[in-house]
Design a protein around this ligand. Structure first.
Ligand code: FAD
Length: 374
């Protein structure tokens, strides 16, 4: 919306629940520079495309960029890669020169984040210059200048003539329905793009969903950000550290723990997480903490092989575009692509006031989780 406004457009956003309330607030907040995607030693397309994104975010967070994100809280300026020494040195030797601008040599033990020593980790640790942000604070900063333009409706029903969406019927339960005559519609509804596309009378691009179950561990006092590397393209675990609204620290676990545990019962998934953590950090009793799960889908445009698309995607159908960032860090790239598509098709015009409730920023999974003791 900011990018469109900068070109003179006056877009409105219609959200069904809360802003960021699906995948975005469940993200780990890592501004990937591509490293995670070269863990198998190959530098591929996505890694090279990702490299361009963090500088755009960091300029905006510094208040000098295309959008003012200066209210965004930075959780960590580095993330860490840890594994047995031989694996990491092979890895950084293979692609470090091509991929990484920063120094990824092994850290002397006295420079390790305190968590590694306190939790009994043995192996090698490298620091990566990849920033982790508090996603909700970025959403608050993004939405602030858009006050009065972000609306909520329980249902959006498109009506079409030929290949043109002529009307969007916006329904709010227990309230009146209003109608909007859009010049152009951009669907950035994540998993909701599928249903929106199905309501259109044109051939639809297929969507793929990749399920995962993130595990949350409440009470771990140490802060840690990064990937535990194994001989697999996915990390054994990706750890980020967050804080609940009442100030309790939470570890949020992705990587292979999340990829594997969605096929298990919740109880099995918690046991799997406890065992993995105990194997990596043996000095800690991992049964002393509480565990919870966030189950979700990564919703993306369909790929021939069931991997993540390598870039943000915009598919134009009539006067609609279906858009997926693919990764949070790709949001600036997606904004540029959408703006190019819209500007190529319509002239700026004023959007009407809408008699709808305003949308608000949602909450993190750890602030509405059901916690389980071990
Ligand atoms: C567990 C997890 C961790 C991740 N970690 C990272 C990370 O560390 N770094 C990174 O770069 N990326 C990460 N990602 C990827 C990133 O979160 C997503 O690519 C990105 O957030 C997708 O944004 P989106 O706006 O397309 O979708 P969503 O965040 O899912 O938002 C879609 C919105 O559309 C609304 N909606 C749905 N249907 C309708 C409808 N019919 N009408 C109106 N509104 C509707 C929903 O309520 C929601 O608010 C992660 C993803 C997951 C799942």
């Amino acid at each position: 919306m900011h990018a469109l406004r900068a070109q003179g457009f006056s877009p409105v956003l219609i959200e069904r629940h809360t802003l960021g309330g699906a995948q975005t607030l469940a993200a780990q907040g890592i501004l990937h520079g591509g490293m995670k995607y070269v863990l198998d030693g190959k530098v591929d397309d996505i890694a090279l495309k990702l490299r361009e994104m963090p500088p755009r975010w960091l300029e905006s967070i510094a208040g000098r960029g295309e959008v003012d994100l200066s209210g965004t809280q930075i959780l960590s300026e580095n993330q860490y890669l840890w594994s047995d020494g031989s694996l990491l040195s092979k890895l950084s030797g293979a692609m470090g020169a091509k991929m990484l601008r920063g120094d990824v040599s092994a850290l002397p033990e006295e420079n390790w984040p305190v968590a590694f020593r306190d939790l009994g980790y043995r192996g090698s640790v490298r620091a990566l210059e990849e920033t982790i942000i508090d996603v909700r604070s970025a959403l608050v900063a993004l939405s602030k200048p858009l006050a009065g333009r972000l609306f909520r409706a329980d249902e959006i029903i498109p009506q079409t003539v030929g290949e043109t969406v002529t009307t969007l019927e916006l329904r709010v339960t227990d309230s009146s329905t209003c109608r909007l005559r859009p010049r152009f519609v951009v669907a950035t509804a994540g998993a909701g793009n599928e249903a929106f596309a199905a309501a259109l009378p044109f051939p639809q691009p297929a969507t793929q969903r990749r399920p995962l179950r993130q595990i949350m561990v409440r009470g771990v006092p140490h802060k840690l950000y990064g990937h535990c590397i194994i001989a697999d393209p996915k990390p054994r675990v990706t750890v980020t550290s967050h804080t609940t609204q009442d100030g309790t620290p939470v570890w949020y676990l992705g990587g292979n723990i999340a990829e594997k545990s969605w096929q298990m019962s919740e109880e099995e998934a918690f046991k799997f997480a406890v065992n993995e953590l105990a194997a990596i950090f043996p000095k800690q009793d991992w049964t002393q903490y509480e565990y919870a799960a966030w189950d979700g889908d990564r919703a993306e445009p369909h790929q021939n092989v069931r991997f993540m698309p390598s870039e943000p995607t915009v598919t134009v159908l009539g006067n609609c575009a279906l858009a997926w960032p693919t990764k949070l860090v790709f949001a600036p790239g997606l904004a540029s692509k959408i703006t190019r598509e819209v500007a190529a098709r319509i002239q700026p015009c004023l959007a009407p006031e809408l008699p709808l409730p305003l949308a608000v920023v949602g909450t993190y999974p750890w602030d509405h989780a059901k916690w389980n003791s071990r």
